[in-house]
Design a protein around this ligand. Sequence first.
Ligand SMILES: C=C(O[C@@H]1C=C(C(=O)O)C=C[C@H]1O)C(=O)O
Length: 360
Amino acid sequence: MNNKVSFNNWLTDLNAEQPFVIAGPCSAETPEQVLEIAHAIKGNVSVFRAGIWKPRTRPGGFEGVGAIGLKWLQQVKKETGMLLAIEVATAEHVRLALEYDIDVLWIGARTTVNPFAVQEIADALQNTHKVVLIKNPVNPDLSLWIGGVERLQNAGIKKLGLVHRGFSTYEKTNYRNVPEWQIAIDIKEKFPHIPLICDPSHITGNRNKVEEVAQQALDLHFDGLMIETHTHPDEAWSDAAQQVTPEQLLDIMGRLQIRDVNQTDHEFNIKLQTYRERIDKLDTSMLKILGERMLIVDEIGHIKREQNALVLQIERWREVLNKMKTEGSQFKLGEDFVTSLYKAIHQESIDRQDKIINKK
Ligand SMILES: C=C(O[C@@H]1C=C(C(=O)O)C=C[C@H]1O)C(=O)O
């Protein structure tokens, strides 16, 4: 770790070490467990997290220890001086969190999807001086995430943060929740002064991949990380596969690189500019070619209209995609990338042809 970047907003006042890390178990399980983990990470981590109430996909699983865990967390603060972070999902959770002087309250992904629930929490938090973090909604919906922030802002909450924990998909992927980094970049652009924290534990669902995703987040100028940590991860009562041990956490933190935001090296800047000029030229050519392709698509649209032929030609579409995936590999372009690029192109083609065919 090197190169300090300046912290955003309330993070400046925390005087935290870099990278700013919130760590602790997925769930508080017993008083001994939280204290053991807290003592193992204190001094390296600014904020201790532990789930008290756990929203689970299906009933019957461990749903958190409940309010009793808040007493254990108070003990953690007393013994280690660490700030405390928990998830809140209802007004009652908020009331208890404030009563027990929890410092950081986060709204989980399953709550952010529901504007009623976010509003209820925002109302319960009115004008609080506590830090409130809002995780992205489970589905990749930027507006829902923005809406959540706005509800909290309207409730007079000043110390806001965003947590990117990835998005669920129906398709099986290498991630538990796909990062869709572009959405995180979009929200960062929308709220440049609100600290953005990455949760690589929920993105990966796999402790062996946490470091890679954490580094990727820092390379995208995230302000901090939330990493689930447990002294006996395999025995954890929830999310066992994604929790790291305190030793692993420290190793990861020691290896993470914080890179410079602004480079002042003259030679670097000249080189960068030269490369970017080349990219600009290629971007222009790419758009020109795409525009030409769309004009041909339009021509096909006109002859389909005359013949009353279907817009979607599934065989042809399959053929195009497969051919491009193969050709893409010759240019070292990954299948996933070529597929999403061609899906976007095909979508535009069929939209245009549909307009042409249905024009009155
Ligand atoms: C252009 C056509 O219409 C649609 C668009 C395609 C494309 O963009 O390549 C392919 C198949 C069709 O679903 C076509 O039929 O060839």
